[in-house]
Ligand binder design. Structure first.
Ligand code: HEM
Length: 500
């Protein structure tokens, strides 16, 4: 077996020279994928990272390239990746030719250690089974009511008291607060377990830390041009792969303990958390663990990311905040102490609904989403796709395309979603923030209700101002959009800014 340092040296040399990697065998397994030879401008810029001298984020560079492409589609040859911001192509990939665009083996490999056979990482029969079971549960009135109660409880007893306690105390990292909020909420919803991350003392939860580390390190696997690098590190159990293994062990141990306890108590028939609901159908506890962990990943960072983008935009657009307050006063009355809207009341707030969609148009939590073509295909815009290559649609770029949203596409304007004051949904292929077609997000309604509940509570109770709104947003690499450096805000009593 070649020594690990040799592997790394030959990889970085191959990268610099932009040559094909030699196929190297480790323990008899072919571990290095062959990166195609290419020295076109896009590939050269990708490999040397020279794009970063002009653009703050990789997604901004891709947006620029996609805008310049007449079809709204580009190739990054060294990644064997076709990237599109063309709604007709999106519909083709996620609906019309759904069977040709599974998540695919490379994605399964990247997230397989963390997610096992869970829905987020499954294709074929296993996916179909979980999808059916999960749709049934998430569609049930009692599960929805359970989710809504969790969110209201978390806002009333933790989020609002925490922010009230930080008034006049300098900067608060709102992104961190939202991550704690959404982790508590999704753990209660999925496991019936309260990690208590948002308690006043902001405790360090070893479960949350391990889960964060595991998802971040899993995502970093995808950033390698060749899977061979992380696979070799995993085989040797060194560096980031060793830390990933330890983090996953901890997450699994906790999940397994909760499952064991629940089986022992035998009380699952009367409970509404997903784990208890799924226990009635699934006997295999490892499979059960995988299913529930996928929900943690799906529902945690996404909601926190969406809320972070929302408050970033709101801080730059105080008029939108004023209109949200005005609408909520009409529906709920004008006492700033009443922060919790009922489900019914929220149905009447079209402007709020529009503002939440508008913020995700500009800051989609899942900035891009990839599939792997099973067989050769032709996209509707004439782009040829080779079997076994990656195809990515890019909601972040799509939200910034004039040809989709018009000349004011970069403006935060909730009104674009309203017709005579009533919310008018857009085509899901223009706005694939929750994906669309057979594999569309199962938590969409829940996520939107969660976002609106938090937005209302904070806007009605506080003045939240982001520190440094003149700067461009910068994201950390990961599965979900995360602002690097967090979202520092100053929290004040409502209207105190205007009273000065
Ligand atoms: C703003 C918040 C959210 C956004 C933007 C979002 C977005 C997405 C996207 C883009 C996908 C497709 C991923 C893929 O298959 O490639 C997805 C799938 C999924 N989401 Fe969400 N999501 C959000 C919140 C949630 C929440 C709160 C839950 C759970 C309670 C959830 C549960 C799921 C599940 C189970 C899937 C997998 C569906 C399948 O593979 O059939 N999501 N979501």
């Amino acid at each position: 077996m070649p020594p690990f340092s040799f592997l790394l040296r030959s990889l970085s040399l191959s990268l610099r020279l932009s040559l094909s990697f030699p196929a190297v065998s480790l323990d008899g397994a072919l571990v290095l994928a062959v990166a195609p030879l290419c020295s076109c401008d896009v590939c050269a810029s990708y490999l040397s990272s020279s794009w970063s001298s002009e653009f703050p984020n990789l997604c901004d560079w891709y947006t620029h390239l996609l805008r310049s492409s007449p079809t709204g589609t580009i190739h990054v040859h060294v990644l064997r990746n076709t990237i599109t911001a063309n709604p007709v192509n999106v519909e083709h990939i996620v609906r019309a030719r759904f069977d040709n665009y599974p998540k695919g083996k490379p994605f399964n490999a990247i997230l397989g250690d963390l997610l096992g056979r869970g829905i987020f990482n499954a294709d074929g029969e296993s996916w179909r089974f979980q999808r059916k079971m999960a749709s049934l549960e998430l569609g049930s009135v009692s599960v929805r009511a359970y989710a809504f109660d969790i969110v209201r409880g978390e806002i009333e007893t933790r989020l609002v008291p925490l922010l009230a306690s930080r008034m006049g105390c300098g900067n608060v990292d709102l992104q961190d607060v939202f991550r704690r909020f959404s982790f508590d909420s999704i753990c209660k919803f999925s496991f019936g377990l309260d990690p208590g991350c948002l308690q006043l003392s902001l405790p360090v939860s070893s479960f949350a830390l391990a889960f964060d580390l595991a998802s971040r390190l899993s995502a970093e696997r995808a950033a390698h041009v060749s899977h061979g690098v992380w696979k070799a590190k995993r085989l040797l159990n060194v560096g980031s792969e060793r830390r990933l293994r330890d983090a996953i062990k901890l997450v699994n141990a906790l999940a397994e303990e909760v499952i064991r306890q629940r089986r022992r108590l035998g009380s699952f028939a009367t409970r509404n958390d997903l784990l208890s609901r799924f226990m009635g159908t699934v006997d295999d506890d490892v499979y059960l663990r995988d299913i529930v962990i996928s929900f943690l990943l799906a529902g945690r960072d996404t909601v926190a990311s969406a809320l972070t983008g929302f408050f970033w935009l709101l801080s730059r657009n105080p008029e939108v905040e004023r209109l949200i307050r005005g609408e909520s006063d009409l529906v709920m009355g004008s006492s700033a102490g009443d922060v919790l809207a009922s489900f019914e009341q929220m149905q009447h707030m079209h402007y709020l609904h529009a503002a939440v969609h508008e913020s995700m148009r500009l800051f989609p939590p899942v900035q891009f989403d990839s599939k792997f073509a099973s067989a050769d295909d032709m996209l509707p815009d004439g782009t040829a796709v080779g079997g076994g290559t990656r195809v990515t649609y890019h909601p972040y770029a799509m939200g910034r395309m004039q040809r989709i949203w018009g000349p004011d596409c970069l403006e935060f304007r909730p009104e674009r979603w309203l017709q005579d004051g009533v919310f008018r949904p857009e085509s899901l292929y223009k706005f694939p923030v929750f994906q669309a077609g057979p594999r569309a997000c199962l938590g969409k309604e829940m996520a939107v209700v969660e976002m609106k509940s938090v937005a209302l509570a904070l806007v009605r109770r506080f003045d939240v101002r982001v520190v440094g709104t003149d700067q461009q947003a910068r994201f950390s690499p990961g599965l979900t959009a995360t602002m690097s450096g967090g979202l520092p805000v100053i929290v004040q009593e409502r209207d105190s800014i205007y009273q000065k």
